[in-house]
Design a binder for this molecule. Structure first.
Ligand code: BJW
Length: 234
């Protein structure tokens, strides 16, 4: 078994759990304006609309369950570590389906839907229900500062130093259900390639970054991911 494994997941892994992808023809950005809903400027000018969008997605997440691909990655993590390997799962997804499937060495680089952050004091709250603009922060008690703890366009993704350190020493890099259009995540395969890692892509289709990968496994995540994990673990 290879020693150091980094896995990157995107919205395609949660699609079969009923959560939308972003850039597929019926994706989230085909129905909603990312310039309003996923930028700091949009939140400054239209906070009610932004809260409404994330409230609806929070409600959708309550009805969603982790699928066979999420469970397979949690199983792989345990097996890989038991054999002395180093493991990191980096997800761009703000849903909690990897967490609920049992993944532990996990980074949510684009934040988490079930968390809010106070722009006044920086305190991070758990949030499972509706958020409104006039809600006060539980820590500093000021109203009007709560925003989704997610990474919007133009903002720095989370835990980048840790992610780059793992990428720079990885032997195997696997991207699952991501279109490879959003940076810096879209650049991870290039970094892994440069350090000599084998790169595998699991996706329904070809992506922007497909040419970088050594191996392509085309299929639905719920089938292709457990099949790949079974080959390694089994
Ligand atoms: C299946 C499947 C199934 C379907 N089975 N597969 C010009 C050039 C380069 C960069 C830039 C540029 N102009 C601006 C930038 C920077 C910008 C960027 O990359 N923009 C591009 C769009 C051009 N990036 C940023 O601003 C980022 N910050 C940044 O760069 O900071 C500076 C920095 C510098 C140096 C180092 C570090 C940082 C921040 C990006 C924030 C992205 N935020 C969002 C919203 C998060 C909150 C929310 O969810 O609401 O993150 S946007 C959205 O896209 C979301 C996703 O995480 C992200 C990626 O999307 P994903 O997951 O790949 O989804 P899709 O829909 O694109 O693809 C789905 C895939 O699944 C497809 O391939 C399907 O085929 C597949 N699929 N069903 C298997 N069943």
């Amino acid at each position: 078994m290879t020693q150091s494994l980094v896995i990157l997941t995107g919205s395609g892994i949660s699609a079969e759990s009923g959560l939308g992808t972003f850039r597929d023809t019926d994706g989230i950005w085909a129905k909603f304006d990312w310039q309003v809903l996923a930028t700091p400027e949009g939140f400054r000018t239209q906070p009610e609309n932004v809260h409404e969008f994330y409230n609806a997605r929070r409600a959708g997440l309550k009805k969603a369950e982790p699928n066979a691909a999420h469970f397979a990655l949690a199983e792989l993590e345990k097996a890989w570590i038991a054999r002395g390997g180093d493991f990191l799962l980096v997800t761009q997804n703000i849903d909690n389906l990897h967490d609920r499937a049992g993944s532990e060495r996990l980074i949510h680089m684009h934040g988490e839907l079930n968390k809010m952050r106070c722009e006044h004091c920086g305190y991070i709250h758990e949030a499972f229900d509706e958020i409104t603009v006039d809600l006060p922060c539980l820590n500093c008690r000021q109203a009007g500062g709560l925003r989704p703890h997610v990474v919007w366009f133009g903002e720095m993704p989370l835990e980048m130093e840790l992610i780059y350190n793992q990428l720079e020493s990885c032997d195997l890099f696997v991207a699952i259900g991501t279109s490879g259009t959003v940076y810096p995540a879209a650049g991870f395969s290039q970094i892994a390639k440069q350090v000599g890692a084998r790169c595998i892509e699991i996706n329904l289709d070809d992506t922007e970054t497909s040419p970088i990968f050594d191996e392509h496994r085309k299929g639905m995540a719920t089938q292709a991911v457990p099949a790949w994990v079974a080959e390694i673990v089994g």
